[in-house]
Design a protein around this ligand. Structure first.
Ligand SMILES: Nc1ncnc2c1ncn2[C@@H]1O[C@H](COP(=O)(O)OP(=O)(O)OP(=O)(O)O)[C@@H](O)[C@H]1O
Length: 301
């Protein structure tokens, strides 16, 4: 569906992408994460055919992305920060009717507007919409033609929590019907909710490519096991790592299954056992600060 092979992008002295390679299969949901300026938008713009790479190649539907025909582009949807392309004098509904009219079987405007919480704004002119309402309409325009592949650059930035939840539900529903998407975000919650696959960029390099759970495991951060214990001593393998606070003990564990088994087999009288796993946000920070390259999937090409 999408393939990036050794993408490099230089803007004068700025080296924005350094050998980025990955491929997306049909139906995959990928989330691109990374600090400001790490190359997320540049990657999407090259894949979408809006920007020429300095070297390397990008394909969509097996065609070089800068050579996609208008017919092939009909199966793609885009939301980019600085390419809104809405007509200020049209109403919300007219906008969707106009854009939907270019496609053979568009999603009915009413359905999209309800899905995005814009039904009450359908007669309002685009120029009178708030920033968040405009953003939702841009998303509706990107989706109205039932695209097979959607590129979304920070689609929920600046949206209220309810609007974000609606969009997550809408995108998850469309993905279940086979739509592939790749989106950028700074929200780790969004990445957890939507991404089967995380592509983590830093300084233009792909630091990690794989499922969110694998990213957490690869971060090397420990799980935290805590419990209260009455009488008896902890087995030596655990006692050396456990920190006591009265009756409560806390154990940092890189192999929680093994440690939980050891606790069970110790036959100790335990209460209030809790296991806290590292979050995706903690893993993100550890990987971005550490900068270790821990690619999971096989690079394309
Ligand atoms: N047209 C341009 N001319 C010069 N430098 C550019 C241009 N566009 C992007 N850059 C630089 O390339 C690097 C990558 O930018 P890009 O917009 O891809 O980052 P990003 O990860 O999307 O950032 P953010 O999270 O802030 O949106 C940055 O250092 C940016 O300043």
């Amino acid at each position: 569906m999408v393939e990036a092979a050794s993408l490099e992008k230089r803007y004068g002295s700025v080296h924005a992408l350094r050998g980025v390679s990955f491929r997306l299969e049909p139906g995959e949901r990928a989330v691109v994460l990374g600090p400001n300026g790490s190359g997320k938008t540049t990657t999407l713009e090259i894949l979408g055919g809006f920007l020429q790479p300095s070297s390397g190649r990008a394909w969509v539907f097996g065609v070089e992305s800068t050579r996609l025909s208008p017919r092939e582009r009909r199966y793609m949807g885009f939301v980019f920060q600085d390419k809104p392309g809405l007509y200020p004098e049209l109403s919300v509904r007219e906008t969707l009717e106009l854009f939907g009219g270019y496609y053979p079987s568009p999603i009915p405007p009413v359905q999209l507007l309800e899905g995005l919480g814009l039904a009450e704004r359908q007669n309002r002119r685009v120029r009178h919409l708030s920033g968040g309402e405009r953003r939702r309409l841009e998303l509706a325009v990107a989706l109205v033609g039932r695209p097979r592949l959607v590129f979304l650059d920070e689609p929920t930035t600046g949206l209220d929590p309810e609007a974000r939840q609606r969009i997550w539900g809408l995108l998850a529903g469309l993905a279940q019907n086979g739509m592939t998407f790749i989106l950028t975000t700074h929200s780790l919650e969004e990445a957890e909710r939507l991404g089967q696959r995380v592509l983590l960029l830093k300084d233009g390099e792909l630091l990690f490519d794989g499922p969110p759970q694998t990213m957490i495991a690869r971060s090397g951060l420990p799980h935290r096991i805590s419990f209260r214990k009455f009488g008896e001593h902890l087995p030596p393998s655990l006692a050396s790592r456990a920190v006591a606070d009265g009756e409560r003990f806390t154990l940092n564990s890189l192999r929680p299954e093994e440690d939980l088994l050891a606790l069970r087999e110790s036959g100790l009288d335990l209460a209030d056992l809790q296991v806290r796993s590292p979050t995706l946000e903690e893993a993100y920070l550890a990987l971005v600060r550490g900068g270790v390259r821990v690619q999971d999937a096989t690079p394309a090409g």
